[in-house]
Design a protein. Structure first.
Length: 315
């Protein structure tokens, strides 16, 4: 068989292409999305937002839940490593407890992109995208002070003590409220972000402090627990302010049962993490600092109708 110069060049090019390593496309890559329990609509919307954006960019997805159990989270990160994930999107199970697990993923060549909660380390995750919890808490506190008329006894329900956000929100609340000496905090109790615990704690608070005028809550789930206890006690006079921007609290705000909440954009935050992960996988850089804060929005009766699934319509 006689080879021309052209056929020889074509043959050489074909052999070179066969010898070259295959370049993986997004469709060959897996994004592992890990959040707390989807029983909480905030965390469900994180997972929904991240999964939808990852699929729109062509990635396969694996959605997992750690239930705020650091040991289970460690096992799930091991799963991501075993599955050779391209990236991990994570709302973590503890600011300290998560560090070692993410170092393990980093050592395995898997970058992590955190949402909602920070960890107590830098240089371990590629990005830590959180709501500006302090800014949001000051918005909620200012509305609380206004609705309280700058005076009266109140209680504070805080989240998990191990969660950085719980402390940041509480500080934001007090940096505003403590400027008004006629506002007196009669008790500060952790309800661990739980509606059931908030209901029980509020029942006890009402028994011990029948003159209470307000309850400021570290999240909407606890605010809904407090509202249920107040309604069971026939107390429609107590001002309640939450934090998250859930549909349940939105509806309670529209009905005049809860004074206000603070929206942290869970859905957009999760989508942004996926977008940064995609950029990092393609360019080895996000072009952004590791820590990124997204501002919160005060939700009252005036704008509650624009809120849907932790996002403002049209935003």
């Amino acid at each position: 068989m006689k080879f021309t110069r052209r056929s020889a060049l074509i043959t050489m090019a074909l052999l070179a292409s066969l010898a070259a390593p295959m370049v993986a496309t997004a469709a060959d890559k897996l994004m592992v999305i890990i959040t707390p329990s989807h029983d909480n609509p905030f965390f469900k919307q994180e997972a929904v937002g991240a999964e939808a954006r990852a699929k729109s960019l062509g990635y396969k997805t694996l959605v997992l839940v750690h239930n705020d159990d650091a040991s289970k989270q460690n096992d799930l990160i091991d799963t991501a490593i075993a599955r050779k994930a391209a990236a991990i999107i994570l709302d973590n199970a503890g600011a300290d407890a998560t560090v070692a697990a993410l170092k393990k993923a980093k050592d395995a060549g898997i970058p992590s992109f955190l949402i909602d909660r920070e960890i107590n380390a830098t240089g371990v995750a590629v990005a830590q995208i959180v709501s500006n919890n302090y800014q949001g808490a000051t918005l909620g506190a200012e509305e609380f002070v206004k609705r309280m008329g700058e005076k009266g006894d109140y209680a504070e329900l805080v989240g998990k003590e191990s969660d950085t956000n719980a402390g940041i929100r509480s500080k934001g609340y007090h940096d505003v409220i403590d400027q008004y000496p006629a506002l007196k905090m009669v008790t500060r109790q952790s309800a661990n972000w739980s509606q059931t615990e908030a209901f029980a704690k509020t029942e006890s608070i009402l028994q011990a402090n029948p003159g209470i005028k307000g309850i400021i809550s570290g999240n909407d789930t606890m605010a809904m627990g407090a509202l249920a206890a107040l309604e069971a006690a026939g107390r429609k006079d107590v001002i309640v302010v939450g934090f998250d921007g859930s549909n349940d609290v939105r509806d309670a705000v529209k009905a005049g049962k809860i004074a206000a909440t603070v929206l942290q954009p869970a859905h957009r935050q999760a989508q942004y993490a996926v977008e940064l992960a995609d950029k990092y996988l393609k360019t080895k850089s996000t072009g952004k600092p590791e820590k990124i804060a997204m501002d919160c929005v005060l939700i009252t009766k005036a704008n509650a109708g624009q809120l849907e699934s932790f996002a403002m319509k049209g935003k």
